[in-house]
Ligand binder design. Structure first.
Ligand SMILES: NC(=O)c1ccc[n+]([C@@H]2O[C@H](COP(=O)([O-])OP(=O)(O)OC[C@H]3O[C@@H](n4cnc5c(N)ncnc54)[C@H](OP(=O)(O)O)[C@@H]3O)[C@@H](O)[C@H]2O)c1
Length: 349
């Protein structure tokens, strides 16, 4: 068991990275977001106390961006760390905190209270970014098996999504969140949201790693002024068993990644992070281990990969989606691909 966050105080680590040396990206609003964040989903492997302790320590080594979500079940513990960080002299405007609306809270009446609950847990007056976590309004219990199906499961229904989105917009109007965004979207769904939104998504959080580069969606969001935030940037090596299939490939064992890592004398995970930032997405790697999250931050603050390295990594995309979303399927006989609109249009109900 790791130490818990609340038995420790915030301390700037002299061996860390100066936050000013970490590049940032500019959103369509003009706001700046650190080009790397720390993920906080413990993947059923790390408990809330361990994740919260990592958040506190990671701020000490120079992280200023944290990717949270109510469904990760640890916002209250992470909030204790954020209070310690803010109490320790870090200014609120220097932090970037994201949280997400869970799938069972899409109803119009639930959106604002859900965000308020995250704010309360995190101990904040506002979020920098609030995302609709998935475009499917389906409840399934945390930790359930991929074969689990909800009797109330529903497909993407744009009209309903926009009702949720109107409440997301209201959160901006009320000053509770600075930006709103989407996650786990596809081009056909985003086209409709962009057509109908009063406040456009600032960011789209999506799975992105060398074996799953999603070039079309990446280009689409960039062309529409939406910043891609890349989850599972290392290929999620610690993801729960339920999220693994025999076809999955391992980014950190790819010969191209390994060769570059050996040449640079770093772990292959570090190459994945460098590639992500240089390509233009904001990676949010998860780790509770100091050498790992420090190495990722140093990678971002350090020198770039060569053009040749970037081209070599661009060529190893295998289209290997790891977080398939099986539990969101809404009728018998479907395959998980149906969730991702494989025919270029929204999969019919
Ligand atoms: N929007 C969404 O739907 C969504 C979905 C999934 C994830 N996310 C977000 O994305 C974050 C990251 O995703 P993820 O945890 O799936 O995948 P990930 O960041 O690709 O993988 C995390 C794992 O990689 C290993 N690792 C991390 N840094 C390393 C380093 N420097 N050297 C060697 N190994 C390293 C660790 O394994 P060990 O623990 O075994 O050491 C760690 O648990 C989540 O925490 C969450 O915030 C969002």
């Amino acid at each position: 068991m790791g130490s818990t966050s609340h038995d420790r105080a915030f301390r700037i680590d002299p061996e860390g990275v100066d936050p000013a040396a970490v590049p940032s990206r500019t959103l369509a609003s003009g706001a700046r977001i650190p080009s790397i964040g720390l993920g906080t989903f413990g993947s059923d492997k790390y408990d809330a106390g361990q994740v919260a302790a990592a958040v506190l320590d990671a701020a000490g080594v120079g992280y200023r961006h944290f990717d949270c979500a109510s469904v990760y079940g640890n916002e209250a513990e992470v909030g204790r760390s954020l209070r310690a960080i803010l109490g320790g002299g870090v200014k609120r405007e220097d932090l970037w905190i994201t949280s997400k609306l869970w799938n069972d809270k899409h109803a119009e009446a639930d959106v604002i209270p859900s965000c308020e609950a995250s704010l309360r847990d995190l101990g904040l007056d506002y979020l920098d970014l609030y995302l609709v976590h998935w475009p499917f309004p389906n409840y399934h219990p945390p930790g359930c098996d991929v074969s689990s199906r909800s009797a109330d499961a529903k497909p993407y229904i744009h009209e309903n999504y926009m009702k949720t989105w109107r409440q997301m917009e209201a959160l901006v109007d009320r000053g509770l969140v600075r930006h709103i965004g989407t996650s786990n979207m596809t081009i056909p769904k985003l086209r409709l949201v962009l057509r109908d939104a009063r406040i456009r998504p600032a960011c789209n959080e999506m799975e992105l790693h060398p074996h799953f580069q999603q070039p079309e969606l990446f280009d689409f969001v960039a062309a529409n002024g939406i910043l891609p935030i890349g989850y599972s940037p290392i290929g999620s090596p610690s993801r729960p068993e339920r999220d693994r299939t025999a076809e999955d490939t391992v980014d950190t064992e790819d010969p191209v990644i390994v060769r570059i890592a050996e040449r640079l004398g770093v772990h292959p995970a570090v190459v994945c992070i460098k590639w992500a930032v240089q390509r233009g997405q904001v990676p949010i790697p998860f780790s509770v281990k100091r050498p790992q999250y420090l190495a990722a931050l140093q990678a971002v603050a350090g020198g770039p990969l060569s053009d040749r390295d970037m081209a070599d990594i661009a060529a190893i995309d295998r289209g290997c989606r790891l977080i398939k979303g099986q539990v969101f399927l809404w009728k018998e006989g479907q395959s998980w691909e149906d969730l991702w609109d494989p025919n270029g249009e929204i999969t019919p109900p």
